[in-house]
Design a protein around this ligand. Sequence first.
Ligand SMILES: [Zn+2]
Length: 253
Amino acid sequence: MKKLFDDDAFEGHDELVSEMVKGFKVLDADGQNSGIAGHLTARVDGADQLLGHQYGLSFDEVGFADVRLVDFGFSSSKQKQVSPSLAFHVALYQARPDIGAIVHTHPESVIAFSATGCRFNPVFQSALMLYRKVQHYDDYDGIIESSDLGQKFANYLSDGQILLLKNHGLISVGKTIGDAVCAAVIFHQNCRIQLAAMSSGYVSGFADDETQHKTLFEAADFLASEKIVKMRFEQLVRATQKNFLPVEQPEHT
Ligand SMILES: [Zn+2]
């Protein structure tokens, strides 16, 4: 496989970098581009390191050469190349060994939903992927630049997948980049639908009583399974590329 980088530090991480760039494209296409803010990071297996992107670039601008490898301790000079807010990602990675990737974005519908103070209610089937996996963070602690705050986020998130930051945005975590990105996309979609339903003055979600728990958890397990999440991410990636596929010329007779 052709090396993507001259920098030896990236040796062996080509596939992870490729997934990251695809993740940025999917988040951009989904309306989760936050200009110079917002992040997608991935843990480098077996090392206290993560991949982030060049600070100052928006999601649509990130290509292979814009991915940066930094230590959890932010000790190298490369630390200045990524957002200082990635300190909270480190705290989450350290608190949750099961997490391989983290998304933090500020989609307008997510912020609007958070501003209502209402709680996440899965209102369409795919959102059951996040059944009982969404937590809410209603405090505001200023610009996020400390690992202390990351530890606080980790405490609120517990073993969940989405943390909704009131008047701010979302944090989505996943085993893989595809998992974290898909959860962010589905959560964003649910916020739009839940807000639309709320505008009627009434929202009816799935019945969530004892008789339905088994059915809901079974649906959640299926929708969050590795196979379905992988298929969903691959479809989202293809959707970002469809405008660039060669168009066949009609045959003239
Ligand atoms: Zn933010």
